[in-house]
Write a protein that binds this ligand. Structure first.
Ligand SMILES: [Zn+2]
Length: 313
């Protein structure tokens, strides 16, 4: 009997053990599943939060991009202006500072049959200059405008027609002539010219238009005008002897630190071409002077200044 009881007990214990094991085998995965489900739902929440943040960041970046586009466009009011801020210009400025005397050779009235020779001499001496040109439509002139720019000189304006009675008849006539030349030079060279020399200078006595009005127009149009403080004297009718041109330039340059030298690029001005190499050589022999093309950093040499809003430089 005792044995039977003990056996039943053993069987019962065994049953309990089996039931317990089975129960655990069912319960544990369920518990794990519940824990994992809770964990996953938490991760889902985090993921959504991250997605929202990412979307926000993307939108912010886009807005910033749009703003910066508008800002840049606002600062550079004219795309043509930005072309002017080139590396060579910075080099020129650095060179200018390192010398005590700066010489800006300027040639009015070209292109002409003498332009190529002038350019050859400038190239030979590695001198950059400024050409205040007129509007000429023949193929040779077009090629010369392009050569002036290609060889690093400054292309500047001196009126399209150079006819005083037309240009100076009224402000409207002056503006029309100027715009015609500016657009034309831009079309031929790709450079938007921003420097001007009044035919006869800003102090001319022939203009029927108020010179102050013309000056105000240039200031408003971001065009700087330059007269000169050294004259080669070659503007006289006929030819001035070569030696006179040389001595006029050398004596004019001697007393000044920033010299804008007036010369002419015209068919009949052969003695100017003949004098050019000698002028450069003599200046170089005296030392501590550099030849520069006109840039935004060139001091404004002007005979008649603007009465109204004067430019800063
Ligand atoms: Zn002229």
């Amino acid at each position: 009997m005792e044995e039977a009881t003990a056996r039943r007990k053993r069987i019962n214990r065994l049953k309990k053990m089996i039931l317990g094991t089975v129960g655990m085998a069912i319960l544990i995965p369920i518990i794990i599943c519940i824990v994992l489900a809770v964990h996953i739902s938490g991760l889902n929440g985090q993921l959504q939060e991250l997605q929202t943040m990412l979307e926000q960041a993307r939108l912010e970046a886009e807005t910033e991009e749009i703003t910066s586009v508008f800002t840049t466009a606002h600062i550079e009011e004219s795309p043509r202006e930005s072309e002017e801020q080139s590396e060579p210009e910075q080099e020129i400025q650095e060179e200018a500072i390192s010398y005590s005397k700066r010489i800006y050779l300027t040639f009015d009235d070209g292109p002409s049959s003498n332009t190529a020779q002038i350019l050859d001499i400038l190239k030979q001496y590695d001198v950059k200059a400024t050409f205040f040109v007129l509007g000429k439509t023949d193929e040779e002139s077009k090629a010369l405008y392009q050569r002036i720019v290609a060889e690093g000189h400054t292309i500047a304006m001196h009126s399209y027609s150079h006819k005083y009675e037309e240009i100076y008849a009224s402000k409207a006539a002056f503006v029309k002539d100027l715009k015609k030349l500016q657009e034309y030079l831009y079309e031929i060279t790709g450079v938007w010219p921003r420097y001007y020399r009044f035919p006869g200078g800003s102090s001319n006595k022939v203009s029927k238009a108020d010179m102050q009005e013309l000056i105000a127009y240039l200031n408003d149009s971001d065009i700087a005008y330059f007269d000169w403080n050294v004259s080669s004297g070659d503007a006289v009718s006929g030819q001035l002897p070569k030696d006179t041109i040389v001595s006029n330039c050398i004596s004019g340059i001697s007393g000044q630190t920033d010299c804008v030298v007036l010369m002419h690029d015209a068919a009949e001005k052969d003695t100017t071409v003949a004098a050019l190499a000698e002028i450069i050589a003599k200046v170089r022999m005296q030392g501590d002077a550099c030849f520069l093309p006109i840039t935004d950093d060139t001091p404004l040499i002007q005979h008649v200044k603007s009465i109204g809003n004067q430019p800063d430089s």
